[in-house]
Design a protein around this ligand. Structure first.
Ligand code: GDP
Length: 319
């Protein structure tokens, strides 16, 4: 027996990853799901500790997320932003009134010495989330991008400049010194783990910061459970966000196969959309599924498909 028998570990960024994480949380007993969230986007703004991907996951799994935007809370009000603007405050980063409570409470507890993972765990429990959402690390990691105007902090690039500057390089400041969350590493090392799923998140902005933590690549490569990644690229396009633009700027073809190559050596099976042509890759299998998640049913169907692929791989490796 082990602590993670039948558990599924998902690596996720924000919006794309949270869609599949929600599907997984609905087709699994939720306590069997561990979602490791990117915290490379975390930053301090107006004195507040903001963790965008953790919050997107938290609101999504709690049924509180805004269905149109994908980030923030549904039925949000914006009194704070309007009042802030009237006072001449910085308004480039939108903070809804309800969302603000998360940041204020997180900041207050951090200042009192609580870890990010402890706070996240408590928020999740209070919001009725059965799955475990873990920050990739309790230590600070900051994603930055190199552009013609110099190295930019992530939110400056992503929100303030709307991803307009061309990206030539990425850095994950602090990653080499950060400790991956012990729960994350324990799950990877557990022979009872059912699957590791790399969600369809931005490979450079959301997944690479997790992979940059010491020991994570080696632990994934050595992991007994099948490692499956779902493509964020469908038919040569990203569903949302700057993934495709970034791939072009980094000199890569904007294809699902190029994302698969990016995960070479880590992933056993790569899931692409049914609409893709034949893709063969030297070191990994490729399977097809309906990977565009528009409805809740799409999220659940993809979660089921990915778990079926994982169970098939596990059964094979045992014969
Ligand atoms: P962010 O941190 O909020 O930017 O979100 P992620 O990194 O988790 O997700 C961004 C990626 O999700 C983009 O590359 C999108 O192409 C991808 N994405 C969004 N929705 C879907 C979807 O329904 N299916 C798939 N396969 N990818 C999606």
């Amino acid at each position: 027996m082990s602590g993670h028998d039948g558990a599924v570990l998902a690596l996720s960024g924000g919006i794309g990853g949270a869609k599949l994480a929600l599907g997984l949380s609905r087709v699994l007993p939720p306590e069997r799901l561990i979602v490791v969230a990117n915290t490379g986007d975390d930053f301090e703004h107006l004195g507040l500790a903001i963790s965008p991907d953790l919050d997107t996951l938290m609101y999504t799994l709690a049924g509180l997320s805004d269905p149109e935007r994908g980030w923030g809370r549904r039925e949000e009000t914006w009194t704070f932003m309007a009042a802030l603007a009237a006072l001449g405050g910085e308004t480039w980063f939108q903070l809804g009134d309800g969302d603000l409570a998360s940041h204020v409470e997180r900041t207050h507890r951090r200042a009192a010495g609580e870890t990010l993972s402890h706070i996240t765990d408590d928020f999740c429990r209070r919001l009725g989330i059965g799955a475990h959402i873990l920050p990739m690390s309790d230590d600070r990691v900051a994603t930055r991008v190199r552009t013609p105007v110099g190295w930019l902090d992530f939110q400056d690039y992503f929100v303030r400049r709307r991803c307009a500057p061309e990206v030539s390089e990425l850095a994950y400041d602090g990653a080499a010194q950060a400790r991956p969350h012990p729960g994350f590493m324990a799950a990877l090392a557990d022979a009872g783990l059912r699957a590791v799923i790399i969600c369809p998140s931005n490979p450079y902005l959301s997944v690479d910061p997790i992979l940059a933590l010491p020991g994570v690549r080696a632990a994934l490569a050595a992991c007994a459970a099948p490692v499956i990644a779902v493509s964020p690229i469908i038919g040569g396009r990203a569903v949302k966000g700057p993934t495709a633009k970034m791939m072009r700027e980094l000199g890569l073809p904007v294809t699902a196969a190029a994302v698969a190559q990016h995960y070479d050596g880590l992933v056993d099976l790569f899931v692409v959309d049914h609409s893709e042509g034949e893709i063969t890759l030297p070191n990994m299998r490729v399977s097809k599924a309906a990977i565009l998640m528009t409805t809740l049913a799409d999220r659940e169907a993809l979660a089921k498909a990915v778990l079926t692929f994982a169970d098939e791989l596990r059964a094979e490796s045992r014969t």
